[in-house]
Write a new protein. Structure first.
Length: 85
């Protein structure tokens, strides 16, 4: 697995991992390596890409309606998302 010419290797993650990191990713509260992995996954997985787009829009709306407040339902939604996976 070293035939990435000049490219930094990106860790392959599965859908569950991508979703688990999605909120950190959307928050921008994620290290660079994980962000690269999530972006790499979203590039290749339609399901997760749609999910990410949906969550991104939702998160923006929540942040607009609750400026300054961290919605604690975020974690609950994440749990539902993983449960329904
Ligand atoms: Zn996926």
């Amino acid at each position: 697995m070293t035939d990435d010419k000049g490219k930094k290797a990106v860790a392959e993650i599965d859908c569950l991992q991508a979703i688990t990191q999605l909120y950190e990713y959307l928050d921008g509260n994620i290290d660079e390596e994980s962000r690269a992995s999530v972006e790499h996954h979203l590039d290749h997985c339609r399901d997760c890409f749609s999910r990410a787009e949906f969550e991104r829009a939702l998160t923006e709306r929540i942040q607009e309606s609750q400026k300054g407040k961290a919605p604690k339902s975020l974690q609950e939604r994440l749990r539902h998302l993983i449960d329904s996976f």
